[in-house]
Ligand binder design. Sequence first.
Ligand SMILES: Nc1ncnc2c1ncn2[C@@H]1O[C@H](COP(=O)(O)OP(=O)(O)O)[C@@H](O)[C@H]1O
Ligand SMILES: [Mg+2]
Length: 1048
Amino acid sequence: MVYHWQSHNVKLSGVDDMVLLPKITEDAIVENLKRRYMDDYIFTCIGPVLVSINPFKQMPYFGEKEVEIYQGAAPYENPPHIYGLADNMYRNLLIDNENQCVIISGESGAGKTVAAKYIMSYIARISGGGTRVQHIKDVILESNPLLEAFGNAKTVRNNNSSRFGKYVEILFGSGGQPEGGRISNFLLEKSRVTMQNVGERNFHIFYQLCSGASDSMKKNFGLCQLDYYHYLSYGGNHKVEGTNDAHDFQETLRAMNVMGLTDKEQSNILQVVAGILHLGNVMFMEKGNYSEIQDQDALAFPSFLFEVVHDHLKSKLTSRRFDSKWGAQSDTIDVTLNVEQALYTRDALAKGIYARLFDYLVKRVNGAMETNVNGYGIGILDIYGFEIFERNGFEQFCINFVNEKLQQIFIELTLKAEQEEYVAENIKWTAIDYFNNKVVCDLIESKRPPGLFSVMDDVCATMHAVSEGADHDLQKKLTTASGTHQHYQSCKEGFIIHHYAGIVTYNVEGFCDRNRDVLFPDLVELMQSSSNAFLCSLFPDQINTNSKSRPTTAGSKIRTQANKLVDELMKCTPHYIRCIKPNETKRPRDWEELRVKHQVEYLGLKENIRVRRAGFAYRRPFNKFLHRYAILTKETWPCWKGDDRKGIEWIMRSVHMEKSQFQLGKTKVFVKAPESLFMLEDQRDRKYNHYARVIQKAFKKYFARRQHDRQKEEAANLMFGKKERRRYSINRNFAGDYIGLDSRPILQSLVGRREKVAFAEVVKKYDRRFKAARRDLVLTSRSIFLIGREAIKKGPEKGKAIEVMKRKLDFENISHVSLSALQDDFLILHMKEDYDSFLEMVFKTEFLLLLSKKYHNQIGRDITVRFSNSLDFRVKKEGWGGGGTRQVKFVSAGTSDMALLKPLGKVLTVVIGPGLPSNSKPILQRVVVGGRQSRVQRNNIKQELGTLKPQITPRQPGSSPSRPAPRLPSCSAPRSSIRAPPPPSEPAPPNQPTVRPGFRLPPFSGGSGNAPGQVPVLPTASVSRSKQPVKTINHQNFMQTPQAGVAG
Ligand SMILES: Nc1ncnc2c1ncn2[C@@H]1O[C@H](COP(=O)(O)OP(=O)(O)O)[C@@H](O)[C@H]1O
Ligand SMILES: [Mg+2]
């Protein structure tokens, strides 16, 4: 029975996999999600697709415990969780050697960015690596606060809304450790720099800098209250609930440190940020038909911070150079701008600088995690969600286009591809209907017939620098080109598109300008004149006024990027997280039914479930399936030789997979129910565990043999030059327990259960008349026990022999041990204050070795061992007789290996043939794990077995000890773990975050109006100023940003 988490004391809340819903309707899906959400389960799945609902509160299941339980677990073992998805990606990467990606989609504020961060932190936690890898992990994780500071902002829909899209790839080495990474960024909403909707803010960094700057920064950058800056004045409120900008600023600085940005570089970046703020405060007034700077002092800080000449900045904000052609002659003339044009120019400069600064940061992040390792990667796509505002401009158009593309991938890979695959593979299947949004993608991006982007590019190519009628012209052309398209409608302010996620009305105002997206050459030149090398480097543009080629438009850029992204994603094994936003209040447990239902509808969850249910849970190319499940049968391991299909059928038969549960297509195998797949996975895990144990055993054996060799050598050393050796003893492995103590509980209880037995053997003990009696000898770490047998004298069991303790010899009472110099098996244990024990034992060498070791451990010095062919031993006093000593004489004579005993009075003569010379050494086994034994080894073992047998019985007929089969020694080889060992740690960690001292501005040489190197004075820093932001632009329609902001 396969383990499933739901069968184990978990409160059931709806179904965790919506494939199991009894009725598949949108209402049933919403109801199921709601039940789970209200029970605090934010994750639900549809097969491999994870649905996540924003809880707007910290859930308790993102701790170490969860990391632990999801790591390496099968998908059905635990409730759906983002860690499960992340773990699955990571394992697929390692097992299948395939790139993985996760596409996180959902509306703004649905929880995409948080999800992306959970995935990154999970992967960082479970993947191995030393210090260098830890640095890569830090860079990946710290890139989040850094890029969020510069690329996220409060919007009406999300207090930390990503205003750029990003695709983060983590690249892994062959050991599964992150070796590097890459971030691709998409379309930063730079219009926010100069304009925000009511209730929204500019990018976080502006507020962070103003609130968190050190005193020296404040002074050098001319930082003061937020109200002072025009560019921060539109939203109406600078505070974001639950956010501490000053604190976040420190995070941003820390993140910059992790990226390896030097103090100077950080200072440069912040200087630019401050410069942009000040630039926004430059205002213009009407003079005649021209503009003039309202307050010259306002230019001081921007020119100081951008390190450009004051008058140069002034002239470039109020005039522009035009190339004019008169016949063959060309001329350049400076045209003075009106107020409207001057404001437009100022904002264009601010946006241009900021966008380039952002790209620079992404580049630096990428530089910090660059790698030449060519491994596999996990890509995480967190892109701005589908947006509908009351007024939607060019940015919304681009954002929604990218979301259309992502929906396309989802459809392509889950719905369409799935169904097409069944057809292509000849799999029996019933088709499911769904809406394919390719038609909307084509409407927007098609080249032929020209889609909306192409029409925009055409209009932009023909328009003049600032052209009032361009947007109107565009509107007409769009309608001509697409008026009859079923997803297009024209309307008063622009056009309407029926997106997969809803109907959006776009206002064409500003479309042409935003699409054209060029920074006037004048402004580029201005910035190139900066004496700050960093600022210059942001403007590497080659200005070529004669160039005939069309400049790249924002539209074509996003189109190219989106398609490139799609190509990248298509190369990976995709995973999906569908984020759902349950409400617009950002409050926990607030469920807006209609809102959720709308998302469920456009995300196509119902179709997703249908396809999933009707179809097959799992499919794999034949070879990949064989590779993954090769271990299940002997015939397929390590690889199946023969036809792939036969191999798969063989595996399926071997695991008793029901015929209805799978089909073989032309190139792929399809498995119907997830449970069947789990069964395969389960068996695969078991096999791996089994083989891990086999490997462990082999290692244990290997270590045991090594230990035997060592023991044999040590034993030989004990006897070396002192005692002749028996042929079969010298190369014998030591087993320790020759009695089988495990099955002799009485013996154990006599010795004491807690005593660890080192050696046990049946021996013969000789008394004063040299009469032998059987004893069980047990050696522990402190004593030697001699256990005999006595008949019960009384009671119902009278006459039955039971074991009794005959003698316990503690090490501290032993004076020495003596043996003969011949090959016989006799040994005397001499006691200090007591009679001695004269024993005959087959495994005397092993016993002596262990005794000498234990003795040393216990007493702290070596035991004395004497060798002589004439030994004495003291005998026990018994009644009247006894006491005194006996003598044993050893004589080498004849050829027999067996000792001949001749007792005569108080002397016993032992006659035995010669053994191996006393300087014999064992032949050591060189073990090859899993390999075959060498001939020498085999012969040794044969010899050992062959000679051991006759040794046991015929030596002393009648009185020879009965010897049970030896037990395997308890093995002390280290337990080898199934997991791969961690890779070796790496050298020197670069860039540990450090706390930096205050900033210093570099010596300053540019700018007029300020003494070199001196910080200018803030012009009339009136706080009340922005209470009524200068509304000079109100009547200049063409440059207005969409001012919606109310959620649609
Ligand atoms: N799993 C979550 N747990 C707790 N809060 C969340 C979670 N996901 C989202 N949130 C909350 O919702 C806000 C918006 O989420 P975010 O990921 O930024 O949305 P998106 O990127 O989709 O626009 C977060 O700032 C956070 O407050
Ligand atoms: Mg986001």
